[in-house]
Write a protein that binds this ligand. Structure first.
Ligand SMILES: Nc1ncnc2c1ncn2[C@@H]1O[C@H](COP(=O)(O)OP(=O)(O)OP(=O)(O)O)[C@@H](O)[C@H]1O
Length: 237
């Protein structure tokens, strides 16, 4: 499902954070939005998810406006956010966390079938279904946050810093999960400070700096562009 962000400007009170941002997630693709701490990445994700209202500009999904919709309506239209910091319920079990994830979109036997699918997709969650969410490792918590989002059967998954705080080996596992999600027909928009991991995962990418898109293109080309590498990573090697 394709997402178009057109001249989006968003702010908090008197402070403008995003300025005229244009971004496209073509159907069936993985797009990365990279940028430093405070560039406005989470603000963009929250706006697409319907949690913030833009000052101006539009977000459309397959040509239909998302901007005026409430968060639950955005979820029902097929756009689901995996929030920064996972936001799982530490004291609830894995199963209870997944039950919470179902309730906006699916209920009853359909919800149970969806949870069973998630345990197949993430066997470690099945093994730990009666353990509190807070007892899981960082990587397992990320899997739980992703599984909870997938329960709503998204056509577009928004992932806010999916690699944050994860060990390199676990980042590879999460990257494989993201590739698998795309194989199943769900488009992915991910925002990351970890430029290398994000660009290695994505088809195309945008660089956000102080709320403005300053570069965009194919992810592999951006990663190989020496001057862009310098801007993004602070290195030319
Ligand atoms: N609730 C808020 N009220 C006021 N300003 C905010 C609020 N949330 C974020 N900001 C400001 O908006 C700017 C962009 O923040 P945002 O969280 O979108 O950046 P980010 O690129 O996601 O960074 P990070 O990786 O740290 O989350 C920052 O200057 C931040 O201080």
């Amino acid at each position: 499902m394709s997402l178009t962000i057109d001249k989006l400007s968003v702010g908090y009170g008197a402070v403008d954070v995003l300025h005229d941002v244009d971004l496209e997630v073509p159907s069936g693709s993985i797009v990365a939005l990279v940028g430093r701490n405070g560039a406005g990445k989470s603000t963009l994700m929250r706006t697409v998810a319907g949690l913030m209202k833009p000052r101006s500009g539009e977000v459309t999904l397959e040509g239909r406006r998302l901007t005026a919709r409430r968060p639950a309506a955005v979820v029902r239209s097929g756009v689901v956010l995996v929030p920064e910091g996972r936001q799982i319920f530490a004291k609830l079990t894995v199963e209870e966390n997944l039950r919470m994830g179902c309730f906006v979109s699916v209920r009853g036997p359909a919800a149970e079938a969806r949870r069973a699918e998630m345990y197949e997709l993430f066997p470690i969650l099945g093994e730990r279904r009666h353990h509190p969410g807070g007892s899981l490792s960082g990587g397992q918590q990320q899997m739980l946050a992703i599984a909870r989002a997938l329960l709503a059967n998204p056509r577009l998954l928004l992932m806010d810093e999916p690699f944050l705080g994860l060990a390199p080996g676990v980042i590879v596992e999460v990257r494989n999960v993201i590739a698998d999600i795309r194989e199943r027909g769900t488009s992915v928009l991910l925002v990351e400070q970890s430029v290398q991991a994000a660009l290695a995962t994505a088809d195309s990418a945008y660089l956000l700096s102080s709320g403005r898109i300053v570069a965009s293109g194919r992810a592999d080309q951006m990663l190989n562009d020496a001057s862009l590498r310098k801007t993004m990573l602070g290195t030319s090697t």
